[in-house]
Design a protein around this ligand. Structure first.
Ligand code: MG
Length: 158
């Protein structure tokens, strides 16, 4: 059996009046993410972890933000496409783990829904999908409410 690990990282800036999508779930919020796509920074980090595990480049390579095709795109579509690339190479997702750093709003109550959503898109059992949320204790750009930072790791098996 071949085992591959990948890690992903993404940041999006916050601005008033924009939608906030995280892990495929719309978060009730007065601020949202500045982005070419729907700005789902968590799915973007997850896609980079999955791509990284197979050395397939990054999300910007596969879905360039200069392309009109991906303007406003639902990031779940991007995740589905990345999962297809993984499956085409004979790999399946063993597990993924995502950490979201966001000062506000609080999102912990949405974690079960986020896990269900990602598991559904990836076609894996929800027990293989971990989502964690933290603040940065008001430190740094996340703490000042200027943006959201996400780390993801993925383990694939062939
Ligand atoms: Mg992004």
């Amino acid at each position: 059996m071949d085992i591959r690990i990948g890690q992903g990282y993404d940041v999006h800036a916050l601005a008033a009046g924009l939608p906030m999508w995280l892990c495929g779930v719309q978060v009730p919020s007065e601020t949202g993410f500045v982005a070419h796509s729907d700005g789902d920074v968590a799915i973007h980090a997850l896609c980079d972890a999955l791509l990284g595990a197979l050395a397939l480049g990054d999300i910007g390579h596969h879905f360039p933000d200069t392309s009109q095709e991906w303007k406003g795109v639902d990031s779940k579509i991007l995740l589905r496409k990345v999962c297809s690339l993984v499956a085409e190479r004979g790999y399946s997702v063993s597990n993924v783990d995502i950490t979201i750093a966001l000062q506000a709003p609080k999102i912990g109550y949405l974690v079960p829904e986020m896990r269900e959503c990602l598991a559904g898109v990836m076609g894996v059992d929800v027990s293989r999908v971990s989502v964690k949320a933290t603040t940065t204790e008001k430190l740094g750009f996340v703490g000042r409410g200027e943006g959201c930072e996400v780390w993801a790791v993925a383990l694939l098996k062939q």
